[in-house]
Design a protein around this ligand. Structure first.
Ligand SMILES: NC(=O)c1ccc[n+]([C@@H]2O[C@H](COP(=O)([O-])OP(=O)(O)OC[C@H]3O[C@@H](n4cnc5c(N)ncnc54)[C@H](O)[C@@H]3O)[C@@H](O)[C@H]2O)c1
Length: 286
């Protein structure tokens, strides 16, 4: 059983993963580069917990206890006591490799180093480690405190022991793990790319509006959210980075080609809910 769970990156995903773990009774050490980001993350977490209390999903006591289990940290070194660490920083292979290198130098040899990457190669990330067998993918879905599914990604050199411990950790924090091979986009993002891509093409060709496409997909297809609502939730910057990365990794496969609309929105800073403006406008940035 994991007692101390380290999370690097307190953005959309890091905050959600922290909530899920804390609610399951695990102590979380949540790292990010500065206090301001961590303060915003804690506010976001409290806001979500309160929503849970208001909806009768958890009690005030559970909320207070879980919140008390999340410890913000600005020194990576402070995560050295963790048995399991997952990184949820930006989708950039160079940044993630650098982080893995630092984490290996600063942790016990038995600590598992996981990545929440949506599309990048776990094998490539692990290649910078002296012991690549300890690296694994643990891919959560957004919102991470609600979505049960996680993909456990076995890199080329990930040991069976690491995969087994990761499955145990996923179950400990009340998730449903599915083991996937290390391939760009794994299972879910591979299926999801054409979902966003085709919606963006429809919009780009003026076939229908954002609202119409979202409504049709929900009413006609039975989806819980439309593609534009989902891109706003994920973050258009992150979604664009994932699409670009998959397009490149599949050697320019046309099915995964990013759309100019995504680039224009990222350039304008209209990156979805977290910025207050994406395909829709949001009063409440949380
Ligand atoms: N957003 C989603 O729906 C989603 C879903 C599944 C997986 N992911 C993956 O999770 C990861 C994070 O995505 P996100 O949406 O939470 O991003 P985000 O932009 O909301 O948060 C990223 C956080 O990482 C921090 N950060 C950046 N560089 C850092 C570094 N070197 N060290 C420590 N912290 C650093 C930033 O300060 C920021 O707080 C990405 O790899 C993404 O592909 C995202």
């Amino acid at each position: 059983m994991v007692k101390h769970f380290g999370i690097v990156g307190a953005g959309t995903m890091g905050s959600g993963i922290a909530q899920a773990a804390a609610l399951s009774g695990v102590d979380v050490l949540l790292y990010d580069v500065n206090d301001t980001i961590l303060r915003q993350a804690l506010e976001r977490i409290k806001y979500d917990f309160r929503k849970g209390v208001n909806r009768g999903k958890l009690t005030q006591e559970q909320m207070t206890e879980a919140f008390g289990r999340i410890h913000p940290r600005t020194k990576l070194h402070d995560l050295k006591q963790c048995e399991f660490i997952v990184e949820a920083v930006i989708e950039d292979l160079t940044v993630k490799k650098d982080l893995f290198r630092h984490l290996e130098a600063d942790t016990k040899p038995t600590t598992i180093l996981a990545t929440n990457t949506s599309s990048l190669s776990v094998t490539a990330m692990a290649s910078v480690l002296r012991v690549p067998e300890r690296a694994v993918g643990l891919h959560f879905f957004n919102p991470a405190h609600i979505m049960k599914l996680v993909e456990v990604v076995r890199g080329e050199r990930t040991s069976q022991e690491t995969v087994d411990h990761t499955i145990e950790l996923a179950k400990q924090i009340d998730k449903t793990p599915v083991v996937a091979k290390d391939t760009p986009g794994f299972i879910v993002n591979r299926v999801a790319r054409p979902f966003y891509g085709e919606a963006l093409r429809l919009l780009g060709e003026n076939v229908a509006t954002v609202e119409q496409i979202d409504r049709i997909v929900k009413e006609g297809g039975g989806f819980a959210m439309g593609p534009f609502e989902l891109m706003d939730l994920i973050g258009i910057d992150i979604n664009f980075a994932v699409t670009q990365s998959m397009y490149e990794q599949y050697f320019g496969e046309p099915r995964y080609r990013p759309h100019l609309i995504q680039k224009r929105m990222v350039d304008a800073g209209h990156i979805g809910r977290k910025s207050g403006q994406g395909f829709y406008k949001y009063e409440d940035k949380k």
